[in-house]
Write a protein that binds this ligand. Sequence first.
Ligand SMILES: [Zn+2]
Length: 153
Amino acid sequence: MAPVYHTHTYIHTYIHTYIHTYIHTYIHTKWQGEWDYITKGAITKTFFPKIADRLKLKINVTPNFTTMVTGHGNIKSYLYKYKIMDSPMCSCKRGEQIIDHILFDCELVEQERDRLKAAVLRSENWPMNKDILINRYSKNFKKFTDSLSLDKL
Ligand SMILES: [Zn+2]
């Protein structure tokens, strides 16, 4: 009896895994296809060129985090685009307040950035690609976004 039972379990598991993999592959391929096609979410794409990477990331999303990976939210380039502010310039007056400015250039968040840089520089170079940053240093990046006082910049 035992071999029959085992064979049955084996086939059942095999079929289950096959269907599971098939569905996941199908959904990801289709979704990735749409993701590649749309031009909206251009900033988010620089962080997550592959949807699978975003799905792997286990972090509690906060408003600051969302703003930093989408460019939509409490940031002057966005508020200016939607006519909520008269200018996209950052209060540091050294450039437009876009995501890259906050992440890489703005001197008003130097302290916050230094903590993130310190983590990265232990094994890699700074600046680095945003998709690598968010994949390898998701916790540090999350901490960085949460430490920003976007409404004071
Ligand atoms: Zn600035």
